[in-house]
Design a protein around this ligand. Structure first.
Ligand code: AP5
Ligand code: MG
Length: 187
């Protein structure tokens, strides 16, 4: 399966993606994790992206597309993957469709984790990652509503969008996601 996780910062994409990818035996690709690893390793992409991450701004599409394109053609992606945090702009979504078309495949499903802003702020404040400072959280939420939220419509029109309530415990959310994805996996 090829799955995309959409949802605002702190909605639980990473938490659920790790579990679902393991459950389905597919690769978990978090572009946020890839960028943080690149920054720690001081690669050119990492150094270039650092200021965007720290400010809660989106890294330019061209950088992200190179990173993802390179990753999706690796052997371990042949069995499927779960994209967590990509695509995040309409340009990225269109480029992904093009990439998949060239590989002769398409997405299986887009899972949108929904969570209200008060709970998002509570969860992120409790975690305290470098970009979880209040002013950076505000900017990440702003970027999400401006640049990423339009992707819901984009995927709804393709019949791929599945909204999921991200509230409750991680087990509650995982049960909802499984109930949604398992029938699709059998198709
Ligand atoms: P990224 O790493 O993707 O961050 P994000 O989208 O802001 O989301 P988070 O990872 O903070 O939240 P999440 O939804 O994964 O939730 P999590 O499971 O961690 O991106 C970071 C930056 O990289 C961006 O700002 C941008 O600069 C750049 N970037 C990345 N991709 C890009 C792209 N495609 N284009 C351009 N730029 C890009 O949960 C959050 C917290 O809540 C955790 O502490 C968790 O333990 C807790 N939690 C989770 N579920 C529950 C629950 N059910 N109950 C209670 N607590 C919970
Ligand atoms: Mg994450």
């Amino acid at each position: 399966m090829r799955i995309v996780f959409l949802g605002p910062p702190g909605a639980g994409k990473g938490t659920q993606a790790v579990r679902l990818a393991k459950h389905l035996g597919i690769v978990h690709l978090s572009t946020g994790d890839m960028l943080r690893q690149a920054a720690a390793a001081e690669t050119p992409v990492g150094l270039q992206s650092q200021t965007y991450l720290a400010a809660g701004k989106l890294v330019p599409d061209a950088v992200m597309l190179d990173l993802v394109r390179e990753r999706l053609v690796k052997d371990d992606c042949a069995r499927g993957y779960l994209l967590d945090g990509f695509p995040r702009t309409l340009g990225q979504a269109q480029a992904l469709d093009e990439m998949l078309g060239q590989l002769g495949t398409r997405l299986s499903a887009v899972v949108e984790l929904q969570l209200d802003v008060e709970e998002i702020i509570r969860r992120l404040a409790a975690r305290g990652r470098e970009d979880d400072r209040p002013e950076v959280i505000r900017e990440r939420l702003e970027q999400y509503s401006r640049q990423t939220a339009p992707l819901s419509d984009y995927y709804r029109r393709q019949g791929l969008l599945h909204p999921v309530d991200g509230g409750g415990t991680p087990d509650d959310v995982f049960r909802r996601i499984r109930a949604l994805v398992e029938p699709l996996a059998r198709q």
